[in-house]
Ligand binder design. Structure first.
Ligand code: 6GU
Length: 263
């Protein structure tokens, strides 16, 4: 997978040399390139921002350097034999929420590019113009505000790259984790069986695989009901078996009109 990141702070992306992502890059599974937007400024002060037209607080990223910066990303990818264009992601608190489902869709793409905004955001015409040449998706990590897109890109790249074949050592771990099936995962434990007087749930030491699977399933349902009732309400009841439905009823959740709800 090819990844291009355009930013005014290339150093912010340094952690992508580390750990699992760093190894995936070294192994040639991902070709990640970071580009400095300021290389595409033409004025003496290498200005990338200006005041918002119409007034308001903060600064907006000027459009001028973005055209050539994105054109250079596309040109270089083509020269490297990519059947372009890339899918351009624009991190923004005003973007569409990034979910594990979206992450899976992104992991299936051959080429992603990221336009990191700082300040109050990027002049909207940059996105309009880019959208004539490539798919453009503003994405958000959640309902809070970061100072710029760089930290979001770190998160998005990690979420996507770990799904690529060969990156995570044991692919089974991707199936059991939170959000794989629309639920939060059950709590996990390791040795020692007693720590600070606290015991690991006895069922996990029983060796009884069916009982363990049922316990984990119920922990997963109960935790999701408590922490993320929105996920439970969005779940397709078709993924529930009779034991799930009976357990959820003990928590006050019932299937009604093809949906789960708490009554
Ligand atoms: Cl993707 N970018 C910024 N700047 N702030 C955010 C965000 C993204 N997601 C949540 N807050």
């Amino acid at each position: 997978m090819r990844l291009d990141v355009v930013t005014i702070f290339p150093e912010y992306l340094a952690p992508l040399d580390l750990s699992l992502i760093g190894r995936a890059r070294a192994a040639g599974l991902v070709d990640l390139r970071v580009h400095d937007l300021r290389e595409h400024t033409t004025d003496r002060h290498r200005t990338v921002d200006d005041a918002p037209l119409g007034g308001g607080a903060g600064m907006v990223m000027r459009p001028e350097p973005w055209g050539p910066a994105l054109a250079e990303v596309v040109r270089a990818g083509r020269a490297d034999g990519l059947a372009g264009p890339p899918h351009l992601l624009v991190p923004s608190p005003a973007g569409q929420p990034l979910t594990q489902q979206v992450v899976h869709e992104l992991a299936a793409q051959p080429w992603l590019a990221f336009a990191c905004g700082r300040y109050e955001g990027v002049d909207e015409r940059v996105l309009e113009e880019a959208a004539e040449a490539m798919p453009v998706t503003p994405v958000s990590l959640g309902d809070y505000v970061l100072n710029g897109g760089e930290v979001a890109v770190l998160a998005i790249v990690e979420a996507v790259v770990r799904l690529l074949p060969g990156v995570v050592g044991n692919p089974a771990s991707l199936v059991e984790e939170s959000h794989a099936d629309g639920l939060l995962e059950a709590p996990v434990y390791t040795r020692p069986a007693v720590w600070q007087g606290r015991e690991v749930p006895e069922v996990l030491l029983s060796g009884h695989h069916a009982r363990i699977a049922r316990w984990r399933r119920e922990q997963s349902l109960a935790r999701t009901a408590r922490r993320r009732p929105d996920l439970l309400a969005a779940l397709d009841p078709a993924v529930l078996d009779a034991a799930d439905v009976a357990f959820l009823a003990t928590l006050g959740w019932h299937v009604h009109g093809g949906r789960l709800s708490r009554r």
